[in-house]
Design a protein around this ligand. Sequence first.
Ligand code: FAD
Length: 649
Amino acid sequence: TKKPPVLQSFLSLVSRRASHLARQQYDVIVVGGGHAGTEAAAAAARVGAETLLVTQKTNTIGALSCNPSLGGVGKGHLVKEVDALDGLCGRAGDWAGIHFSILNRSKGPAVWGPRAQLDRQRYREFIQSELLSTPRLTVLEGSVEELLVTEPNPEEPGHHRVTGIHLANGSHPILASSVILTTGTFLSGSLFVGQTTSPGGRIGDAPSSAGLSHTLRERLGLRIGRLRTGTPPRIVKDTVDLSLTNLHPPDSHPTPFSFLNTHTRCKPEEQLPCYLTHTTPGVDRVVRESLHLNCHIQQDTKGPRYCPSIESRVLRFPGRRHQVWLEPEGLNSDLLYPQGLSMTMPPDVQLRLIREIPALHRAEIHTPGYGVQYDFVCPTQLSPALQVKSTQGLFLAGQINGTTGYEEAAAQGLWAGVNAARSALSMPPVALSRTESYIGVLIDDLVSRGVTEPYRMFTSRAEFRTSLRPDNADLRLTLKGRCVSSLRYQEAVRVRDGLQDALAALQTLTLSTHLWRKKLPDIGISESKSTILTGMDLLQYNNVSFEMLASVFPECLSPYMEFSQRLNIEAVYRPHCDLQKKEIERIQKEENMTLPQDIDYFSLPVSLSQEVREILDRVRPSTLGAATRLQGMTPAAVVNLLRYVQHTG
Ligand code: FAD
């Protein structure tokens, strides 16, 4: 199909930029232009590093390999946090979103999941244009063949330093102090459809070179594992009988992801619906009958438990009816994405399978589903800055660390970008604690616990989720100011000051219960005795909103109307967050107790079992806090380690 003029001009700009002969020396090189790589490159440049992004095809920068959607429960929190740190994906989502909804609305706002269906083309356009206008960032089309690393230092056996990259076209090496690998599903990638296997990182794209895997495995001695995932066939919309589905409209008022946006590009009335349908016993039958033709499903590598293929759903839950969401792929796209029907059987069997669903009984497939298997690096070999512990200057982010999903990739990419730039500019690394962000939870889970199957974010992974809410990500993160523009910083300061003033105004608004009852007769104040209540106390009542209080006390509260929703949420969670403060302080104290990376755990003169010593030696947690969260650590071992740290520290 012909590309629209806007995208055409973006692409020609990208290739013009790419065709400039790259310099030979950068502060930071990012390998891969997916969700991790684009955030990493933009963040490194924002921190002040001269940055090069090298990717196989510039026109796939920002491509959504699988589902055309962003956010959701847990994932939406990551998007808000990436945005708060001035990353790209939140603003890209606001630009490209065509169906916005807040998931989990029946629960408290701390676990709401902002989500949007995206127009694939608009998403790519936005990411590409942002990168092109980022100062200090050069984009180069090319495939990285090899990492340049020094031989291990004889004084520090096993410790290498990265010095740059070699491109597959055999051109000169390009040098850098830091290199970030974000190769996604491409590292030794193989694609599977039916009984056919071919090398590839994604349909239409070659895998990452064998040289790169070889360097990681053989020269750097990293432990590498293998994971798999898959994607559904894309279906021609006109061939679907939508009258046999349930219509799922978007929210009538789209809520933007970005703290900088007050509205989305797509107007409320322009949004497109999704459609819900279900599998039938016929689908189960086709899956079972075709298992012998489906080599992806017969492989032993771990697939995503949380985005499983239709084959694994049928095998795990025989006879169950499974949901299938038919989601738009774009405003002008004539395709639907059938979420829930990821499959890898031969294309003719895929067609037979989808036609077992009444709404799809005459459906045509545009592109068949397929599976991909790829190498990942066991992430316990990384520091909390996402640097490979044994290789100075080498950072990893995204699916290469065993995660799945755009949001998880973007979050790691941003943080690796910040730290790679800081390392190149001789600044100390920075870490995000799990007490202050979902990004901190994600990174801590990866580097302390590792992964045995593709990792995705859930709100249940965060211990302090009432404090780590989507609505307050800017207050938690933007003001740390490590990689944000002054425009965003100033906006966060304005919001913080406004909220503080509003909270002070609510606190000073004190009336007796008797007077409150007179002013707000309908709210049913429960205190029987006469007592003094503040506006903040009142806001904690279920049926009281800031808007209500402002209508009664307009002089003192109406200046803060723009913060009304945030104040309503803050009031609900404040008592609980106050209670959590002590626990957060304890964890932060433990996080500040660092464990030297060169400890010989086998000769440590404290009482630790052999098993615990082995775990500590393998993972080498960087703090006492990280050690306490390792699988297999006992409370007694933690106490003994604490005594050791206190004694030596
Ligand atoms: P990617 O987005 O994969 O980007 C990697 C980039 O690196 C690409 O641009 C590639 O060209 C480039 N690259 C690789 N090697 C080199 C090299 N040597 N030199 C230069 N450039 C290189 N996620 C879900 O959440 N749920 C799913 O069900 C799901 N299913 C998926 C199914 C398939 C078939 C695929 C391919 C992906 C699926 N994903 C799914 C994963 C989702 O696409 C990724 O989680 C996300 O894109 C990871 O981002 P990333 O930046 O780590 O890697």
